[in-house]
Design a protein around this ligand. Structure first.
Ligand code: SAM
Length: 284
């Protein structure tokens, strides 16, 4: 099968099937072989790997994955793409395509069935409208993972990687950095896709920690505190958290704990590191 990373081959397939792009599914197909090579290299795929691909599109990256991985499972929501994938992936017997919404699929069950519950790798050029729920779903449902290597909107990749004191820092940065070590591996301009997206893109690799880098007594509580702290970014932590209605947390208690942590009573959430959020949550 022709390499779909070459623009002419993608155009031929799209014409053969008279395919119409669906904006609502975030369909921007990759047409750049060097970007595909970089994604695959960053994911360090070997024959020992079982890979989950989210949104295979016409199968461009799926072909690269099938060549290198032991097993590939690709979940695609758009049923118009299923006959195309049957065609473009016909040469491979290690690929399973599931026609479903990734947010509704039981990924833990797939990992159990396809890899005996052992950790998998996720590789995807994500639909940008649901980047955060996809990533958080994988982490919060404790899917056994080695790494997630994904193409996302450039700004979102920056948010995942930054630390306190920058404008991009927020609940997503802290959630990602609690579960994984992020590293941006490539910046990708709009002309690498058909159709071209309105935003720049980046490939980021999230290498899952075996143990989170901070010890937290109650993960759910820490994330509730983090969300409340960034919900009202301009407010001080005392006001933002004190009014959030989280069980047992009052303005007075937040003030006391900040004092114990030797932090200013007027500090904002955006100034706190993951370690400090963990300590704050444990003390509260
Ligand atoms: N992997 C292909 C490529 O690199 O050319 C396509 C990437 S395109 C940015 C995103 C893909 O995700 C599309 O094929 C789209 O139909 C699919 N998609 C969108 N929402 C989805 C969902 N909720 N579940 C599964 N796939 C989805």
């Amino acid at each position: 099968m022709a390499n779909l990373g070459i623009p002419q081959n993608t155009i031929e397939i799209l014409q053969k099937y008279n395919f119409n792009f669906q904006k609502k599914f975030g369909q921007n197909f990759l047409i750049d072989t060097s970007v595909l090579d970089r994604i695959i290299a960053a994911a360090e795929i070997t024959k020992d790997d079982c890979v989950l691909e989210i949104g295979p599109g016409i199968g461009t990256m799926t072909q690269y994955l099938a060549e290198r991985a032991g097993e590939v499972v690709a979940v695609e929501i758009d049923n118009k793409l299923i006959p195309i994938l049957e065609d473009t992936l016909s040469a491979y017997d290690n690929v399973t395509v599931i026609n479903d919404d990734i947010l509704k699929v039981d990924v833990n069950k797939i990992v159990q069935e396809k890899n005996g519950g052992r950790p998998i790798k996720v590789v995807a050029n994500l639909p940008y409208y649901i980047t955060t729920p996809i990533i958080m779903g994988l982490f919060e449902n404790h899917v056994p993972l080695k790494s997630i290597t994904i193409m996302v909107q450039k700004e979102v990749a920056d948010r995942m990687q930054v630390g306190p004191g920058t404008k991009d820092y927020g609940a997503l940065s802290l959630a990602v950095q609690y579960y994984a070590q992020p590293k941006i591996v490539a910046n990708v301009p709009p002309n690498c896709f058909i159709p071209r997206p309105n935003v720049g893109s980046a490939v980021i690799r999230l290498t899952k920690y075996e143990e989170p880098p901070v010890k937290v007594k109650d993960e759910k509580k820490m994330f509730a505190i983090i969300r409340a702290s960034f919900n009202q970014r301009r407010k001080t932590l005392v006001n933002g958290l004190g009014n959030a209605g989280i069980y047992g947390i009052t303005k007075e208690r937040v003030t006391e704990v900040l004092e114990e942590m030797q932090l200013s009573p007027t500090i904002r959430g955006e100034a706190l590191s993951l370690e400090q959020f963990a300590k704050l949550s444990n003390l509260l």
